[in-house]
Structure formats: C-alpha cells, structure tokens
Write a new protein. Structure first.
Length: 175
C-alpha cells in the first residue's frame, strides 16, 4: 500500500493566496487544501501499516509550532516538477523526523536521505513559463502562516486521474 506519515497543515490566507496564483497556471495541478501536509515519511509499498502504528504509538516528541515560509521547487529551479512551501523552525520537524526514522529502522525501514521539510502545493505537468518564476519570486521571504504540530498521521494514498486521494489510517498524538 502506498502511504505516508504527515503533519496536517491548516490553510492560512497567505497559503491560500499562493495556491490561488498557482491554480491560474494551465500547466499546474494544485493540491487540495484538505490534503496539505508536511511529509515526514513516504512508503511506496507498505505491507504492514499496523506495525508502523505500534512502533510509533508513544512518540516522545512534544507538540510544537512552526512557520511556513517561502516557495521552492523540486528537483531544481530550472527544471520544476513540484512547487512547495518551505518550513522555518526546521529543528523541531527534524527532531520528529529523526525519532520516526530511528523507530522505523527497527522494522527494517532505512532512514531517508536528503530530507527537506515542505508542503507540496502543486505539481507541474509540462515545461513552465516565466509566470511560475514570478509567483515563486513574489513569495520569497514571505511568511505563509503559523502551524501547530499536534498529531502525526498515517495516510493511505490512492492515485487516480483527478489526483491522489487520502484516507486516514491512524493518528498518533505528540506529547
């Protein structure tokens, strides 16, 4: 099963504005606001989500707040496939990620390399024009809203023609 661990993101006016600008482009597919999240761990083919739940049910990471800031791209600024909102205060997210990775290693899941905390806002379907660069530049240095991390959720992700659909499998409360 395709699934991921994530921190739910509540849409802020600033985040909604960025999404609105990205929706205006005919070559982007924006993420539904109810699907916004900071990805902590992605599983391409997880056979036993119940083992993950058991392993992560008593997390030691305390609840925390973090700031969304700036827009970025994957894989590069010159070759854009994904537009994302970055996170400030990454230490708190990184500590949660480290705890999750350490616990999942017991199940044989090796830690992910090159982790960048972010919220995916849009996928780019073809070579973009300068309008996307203008949107990214206009959001440079801008705060996109404060968020609270209180729960870590395992979501099942099913791909279809309209985009991914998410189903909540379980939620672990942060301390």
């Amino acid at each position: 099963m395709r699934c991921f661990l994530g921190l739910k993101v509540k849409p802020t006016p600033e985040l909604e504005h960025a999404l609105e600008k990205l929706r205006e482009l005919d070559y982007t597919k924006t993420v539904k606001t109810e699907h916004l999240h900071v990805n902590i761990r992605f599983f391409r083919n997880e056979e036993n989500p119940e083992e993950i739940r058991k392993t992560l049910q008593n997390l030691e990471t305390p609840k925390f707040e973090y700031q969304l800031k700036n827009l970025g791209t994957f894989p590069t600024q010159e070759f854009i496939r994904v537009v994302w909102a970055g996170t400030q205060d990454n230490q708190k997210i990184t500590l949660l990620k480290k705890e999750v990775d350490n616990r999942l290693e017991e199940l044989g899941h090796m830690p992910e390399k090159n982790y960048v905390p972010h919220v995916t806002l849009a996928r780019v379907k073809r070579k973009p024009d300068q309008r996307i660069q203008k949107i990214i530049t206009n959001h440079s240095g801008k705060n996109l809203g404060q968020q609270k991390a209180e729960h870590l959720t395992l979501w099942k992700s099913t791909l279809n023609e309209e985009g991914p659909e998410y189903e909540k499998l379980w939620t672990a409360e942060l301390k």
